[in-house]
Design a protein around this ligand. Structure first.
Ligand code: F6R
Length: 244
């Protein structure tokens, strides 16, 4: 529990930076699982700062993002492709071919094969070393809404109404928020070697309490992380205020 999001985000960035440097010394790659939304913004700012000011290179980094709205064009202001470019990729020296996001432009028929291939690409890259996660007020990780099973894989999902309501302001109204998304599954996320779950602000305090202290249940998919052997939950004081 950190005083504020900035301090917590610096700690998270430091974990990522240390692993990147260690792997560079070994001439190896690092595979990062990345999230979008407001929670990781300060982590990305710190990674950009480390690149610009300390000369940290991302040449050995491979990334897989958790999710993308469906349907979604990559150039749309709402797309997670654009979000990642604007908030991280365009400011560091990562190779474009090393960055992966679910594709919101596919036809419905093409989605299942894309999802199988996404999982295959993660495995071929060696599996995810560090998975960064935010948490939705529904208890989702990625877009695994209530009802998502512990063995769920990358797939098309229907977004919860609360998730769509939370996204409404940035879309200019709930009717503009897509009803669906493509997301890595809970099972896919659980295979990461290390998971960093972050939450900032008192709006997340009730769901953080359920996620960390509540019973493991499909109705709060984040609770499945309680079964993962290597998870850190990084909070500011506001998000931690309901923990007992
Ligand atoms: C985003 C994602 C979501 C968000 C969650 C929290 O890629 O997978 O699970 O992490 O909805 O969103 P913010 O950080 O905007 O509160």
């Amino acid at each position: 529990i950190y005083e504020d999001a900035k301090t917590g985000s610096k700690w998270i960035a430091q974990e990522i930076i240390s692993l990147i440097k260690k792997r560079q010394q070994e001439n190896k790659t690092v595979v990062l699982g990345l999230a979008t939304g407001s929670s990781p913004l300060k982590v990305y700012e710190e990674l950009i700062r480390a690149h610009k000011e300390d000369g940290l290179s991302f040449e050995n980094v491979i990334t897989f993002n958790l999710d993308e709205y469906y349907p979604m064009l990559p150039e749309s202001v709402h797309s997670y492709v654009r979000f990642m470019k604007e908030n991280l990729f365009d400011h560091i020296d990562i190779k474009e071919e090393n960055t992966h996001l679910p594709d919101g432009t596919l036809s419905m028929e093409e989605v299942p094969e894309f999802c199988r291939n996404y999982e295959l690409q993660i495995r071929q890259a060696g599996g995810i070393d560090i998975q960064l996660l935010g948490i939705g007020r529904t208890g989702h990780i990625g877009f695994n809404e209530p009802g998502s099973g512990i063995r769920s894989r990358t797939r098309m999902v229907t977004l919860d109404q609360l998730t769509r309501r939370d996204a409404a302001p940035s879309f200019g109204g709930i009717n503009n928020v897509p009803r669906r998304a493509i997301t890595m599954g809970v099972g896919s996320i659980m295979e990461a070697r290390k998971i960093l779950l972050m939450a900032w602000g008192n709006g997340k305090a009730p769901i953080i309490r359920e996620a960390v202290e509540g019973p493991i249940t499909e109705s709060v998919p984040t609770t499945f992380l309680q079964e993962h052997p290597n998870v850190d939950v990084i909070l500011d004081e506001a998000a931690a205020e309901k923990l007992t």
